[in-house]
Design a protein around this ligand. Structure first.
Ligand code: GDP
Length: 308
């Protein structure tokens, strides 16, 4: 990408999109096409087509999505499949029709089978049944990948698909019902400390393992891949290391400075037992994650305290 090329970052105000904006700006890119959800409803095909026709972006980073944690996915399955299918299909099709040079579609590690061998390699896609709590979301993301590959095959487009692991960082959603585990636990421990509570509650058993990538590292990886990766085959982005939810909770508790105990709510689901990406493919291209988990947790706590 040349520094003056026009880059459309769909979802630029979210956790991922805002990090991509920080990374692009830091690297000297300055020509952006940006629309808030109020200005442009990405689920409306005609509106998306019109916007592409008028603004003609050179590159597209598709970071807009309906996202949420285990409870939100389990409670609003229709929204997760409908909104994601609509917006990705509108953007991918319009990108093709308007001659976009390259598009980056963001998938998720939940596209892989629930009981996939760990760490999960890119070619485990569609080799087994998905985790039921987020199957509608995963199916929408898999459709996005297949759509990019189909357009590449039929029309010669250059649409790449990246699979980030669980992400966290500034601008995350800290709502306890709809968030992912990292922001939820930060908020719970901060609230418990403020209230001088005796305990804070962690959902499930604490035994599932998750890999966490600081979102600014993801953004760097995406800009790197936009410049160095042209293959339609999916590529994982992660740290290659995971922790149990209990280990994560203990780290957040310590960093927040909460002195009470950790309790478990076993009425809440554990979800998939382990989700660790094999990152040898992106590492071999010359990219690896930089931010250690503790440092990322500290930065995210700080952002939350300043912005809550
Ligand atoms: P997942 O990676 O798709 O399962 O999504 P989450 O980030 O929402 O959940 C990851 C794991 O953390 C699951 O085992 C949850 O049960 C567990 N967890 C523990 N406490 C919480 C919490 O307060 N909120 C959320 N969202 N998950 C929690």
């Amino acid at each position: 990408m040349n520094k003056t090329d026009k880059i459309y970052v769909a979802g630029h105000t979210g956790l991922v999109g805002s990090a991509i904006m920080r990374s692009l700006r830091a690297q000297g890119y300055s020509n952006f096409m940006l629309h808030t959800i109020e200005e442009l409803d990405l689920t409306r095909q005609a509106a998306v087509e019109e916007m592409f026709k008028q603004e003609r972006p050179d590159y597209v980073i598709l970071a807009a999505a309906k996202v949420g944690g285990i409870h939100a996915n389990d409670t609003y399955p229709a929204d997760f499949i409908y909104i994601n299918l609509q917006l990705e299909s509108n953007i991918i099709h319009s990108a093709y029709r308007n001659g976009v040079k390259k598009l980056c579609f963001l998938g998720s590690s939940c596209i892989y089978p629930k009981f996939a061998p760990q760490p999960m390699k890119e070619d485990y896609l569609l080799e087994g049944k998905l985790e039921p709590t987020n199957e509608p979301y995963a199916i929408a993301k898999i459709a996005g990948i297949k759509m990019c590959q189909a357009f590449n095959r039929q029309y010669g487009t250059k649409f790449i698909s990246v699979m980030p692991t669980n992400l966290y960082g500034p601008h995350d959603n800290f709502d306890l019902q709809s968030s992912h585990v990292m922001p939820a636990l930060i908020r719970k421990f901060v609230d418990a400390r403020t209230a001088a509570a005796a305990s804070a509650t962690v959902w499930g058993s604490g035994s599932p393992k998750r890999e966490f990538l600081f979102v600014d590292d993801l953004a760097d990886a995406i800009v790197f891949l936009m410049n160095h990766y042209d293959d339609g085959e999916i590529i994982n982005i992660g740290t290659g290391q995971d922790v149990t939810i209990l280990e994560l909770a203990a780290m957040i508790k310590e960093e927040v400075g909460f002195i009470g105990t950790i309790e478990f709510d076993s009425s809440k689901p554990d979800g998939t037992p382990r989700k660790l990406l094999d990152v040898s493919k992106i590492n071999a291209l010359g990219w690896s994650a930089k931010t250690p988990l503790r440092e990322g947790v500290q930065k995210t706590i700080q952002w939350y305290l300043e912005n809550k």
